[in-house]
Structure formats: structure tokens, C-alpha cells
Design a protein around this ligand. Structure first.
Ligand code: HEM
Length: 296
């Protein structure tokens, strides 16, 4: 879609960083927020730097966006944390050093209104596998279905071409993984690690059984652009899924976390989400983020 941020559909880069910010917004100083958002427009080209705005920014500006809801945070059977970040920036490239310098530029320019809360250092592994070795993204939409899934095709200028991102940082439990043989790991995912074959007899709790996109009413398709993250010796998957609204993700996580039928996705045996938030990714207009929806 012509007006969308191209990074969302582009092939995954070799290296990337996700910067997650809080909003420092005292005494409702809307003018400061407006200025910071103008800086954001200067920083984001949509190609190697993408951005999305979280609930704290949208509510500070009284923006009502159809398609956005509060992030789900069930306590049981599986706990899903909600961490309403204000801003998501995805810097992509071939060189980690260049991405570091670009990160500094973004952080400095957006301070003090946006305060850096977390950084996820991302790198491609084995041509698009999760660090557990499983190919990730096999059942992603392809061709025209990518744009149909990921972007809003209707609405006013300023909304058309935008996308909703569901983000979760999953931390893998390497000790738990070490204790499982290959066959047991395969049954957790529901696919074989070696050749990415679907396992017909995988249990209803296998990850691909819980998330089979056609099995939802309505169907719950996502455009997943997740990447492995590494911090010293902690590591996992930064799950990033784009769609024209957040309803598909909400339905998927509802079923994964066992709220639908009490069956929890086996994935929770080997990995845990440590944060979670939704973001609105505005479209582009004349090469910059289109913030007309926020009267900017
Ligand atoms: C630790 C975190 C996760 C890992 C390692 C992981 C890994 C995988 C793998 C290996 C596959 C099979 C290949 C593929 O189709 O991509 C898959 C499929 C899928 N996953 Fe995940 N996933 C994770 C979290 C999630 C979350 C949080 C959601 C949504 C809430 C999700 C939604 C999906 C969907 C929709 C599919 C395709 C299912 C289908 O239609 O066959 N995943 N995932």
C-alpha cells in the first residue's frame, strides 16, 4: 500500500533495534508533546526507521482510533503482562554500529518528552529462524494478502495506510529447552525443527494448533515480523505482529493463554512474555509520518 510505512512489509534486516519509550508528560503540556512528535516526523523515514504511537500518547491527545483497544492482561491460566509504552521505534540495517548511532540520534532528539524505557537488540538467525531453531513466519500471508492483512485500506487520509502493531518480548527458558529432546520440542511448536513440516498428530495445545489463523471466527490473520533478541546471556523472540486492527492478535492471545477453553499453549513451557503493548503505526505523507489524525 503506497501510503504505508514501507519497513513494515520489507524483508527482515540483518540487524535491528527496537527502542521503547515512556511519555514524560507533566501538567498536560500538549505543546511539548506536539513538538516532540514533529521531531519524530523528522526522524522517521518509514524505510529503515519505522514508528508507532502507544496508548499514553493517543490518550494525552484525546485521539480516538477505531481498531485500538487496551492490551489484554489476563492473570490466569497464563499471565500476560501489559506495559503501555508510549512510542516504538524500529531501526533496521546491515550494521549494528550504524544502528547504535541512529538510536542515539533518536533518543537525544525526543528527550525529555519521550524517555527511553527499553532497548531490544535484534539480529536475524539462520535466515529467519527463532533462536530455538524453528522457522518463523511460514504461515504468514503472501503477495497481496500481506497488504490486505497489515494495513487499513479505508478511512480518512491520515488513517488509510496505517497499521496496528502488537508487540511482546518473549524470554526463552534455555534450561527448560535443554531438558527436552527434539521430538518433544517439535510437539510444543507443532512443526519439525529440521524441515518445518507440520505435525498432523500435534496436540491441541501445540503452538500452531492454538494459533491456526483460519480456525478463528472471524479468521485471525497477522503479518508477523518477529526477530530474535539477545541481551548478554538472556535471549528470546521479539514478537511483532501487524494488522488492520488489534482484534486478530487479541483473539490469538486469548486462545494461547487458555482463556477460551482452559488449554494453554505449550509455548509457555519454554518461553515467557515479559512485556506487551499495542501501537498505532501512522501512514506516510510526502515522505514523513502522517500525523493529521492527531491534528499535527
Ligand atoms: C516465544 C514466542 C513465539 C515463538 C517462538 C513462535 C514461533 C512460531 C513458529 C515456529 C511458528 C510456525 C511457523 C510459522 O507459521 O511461522 C509459529 C506460528 C504462528 N504463530 Fe508463533 N511464536 C511465538 C509467539 C506467538 C504469539 C504471541 C502469537 C500471537 C498472539 C503467535 C502467532 C502465530 C501464528 C498466527 C502462527 C501461524 C499459525 C498458522 O496459521 O499456522 N506466535 N510461531
Amino acid at each position: 500500500m503506497q501510503t504505508a510505512q514501507p519497513a513494515i512489509c520489507a524483508p527482515l534486516p540483518l540487524h535491528a533495534r527496537v527502542l521503547l519509550f515512556d511519555l514524560q508528560f507533566s501538567n498536560r503540556q500538549t505543546a511539548n508533546l506536539t513538538t516532540a512528535l514533529r521531531h519524530l516526523q523528522d526522524l522517521i523515514n518509514g524505510k529503515d526507521r519505522a514508528a508507532g504511537l502507544g496508548w499514553p500518547v493517543l490518550s494525552a491527545l484525546n485521539a480516538r482510533l477505531d481498531g485500538l483497544q487496551p492490551f489484554p492482561q489476563p492473570l490466569s491460566p497464563a499471565f500476560i503482562p501489559a506495559t503501555p509504552y508510549a512510542l516504538w521505534i524500529w531501526i533496521r540495517g546491515d550494521e549494528a554500529g550504524e544502528i547504535f548511532h541512529q538510536s542515539r540520534q533518536c533518543i537525544n532528539r525526543l528527550a525529555p518528552t519521550f524517555r527511553l524505557r527499553a532497548v531490544r537488540e535484534l539480529a536475524l538467525y539462520a535466515e529467519g529462524r527463532d533462536l530455538t531453531g524453528y522457522r518463523d513466519g511460514t504461515e504468514n500471508p503472501s503477495g497481496d494478502a500481506i497488504s490486505d492483512t497489515a494495513f487499513l485500506h479505508e478511512g480518512s487520509p491520515g488513517m488509510r495506510g496505517s497499521s496496528f502493531l502488537a508487540l511482546q518480548t518473549w524470554q526463552h527458558d534455555w534450561n527448560a529447552l535443554d531438558q527436552l529432546n527434539e521430538a518433544s520440542r517439535n510437539l510444543i511448536i507443532g512443526r519439525t525443527q529440521r524441515d518445518d513440516h507440520e505435525i498432523a498428530e500435534a496436540p491441541a495445545t501445540a503452538h500452531i494448533r492454538r494459533t491456526a489463523q483460519e480456525d478463528f471466527q472471524p479468521e485471525a490473520f497477522l503479518w508477523r515480523r518477529s526477530m530474535p533478541w539477545i541481551h548478554v546471556m538472556d535471549a528470546g523472540l521479539l514478537f511483532q505482529a501487524f494488522a488492520a486492527s488489534v482484534t486478530a492478535f487479541a483473539a490469538q492471545i486469548h486462545r494461547m493463554s487458555g482463556q477460551e477453553d482452559g488449554l494453554v499453549d505449550e509455548l509457555f513451557r519454554i518461553s515467557t512474555p515479559i512485556d506487551g503493548a499495542y501501537f498505532w503505526c501512522p501512514p506516510m505523507h510526502h515522505g514523513a509520518l502522517d500525523l493529521r489524525q492527531l491534528a499535527i
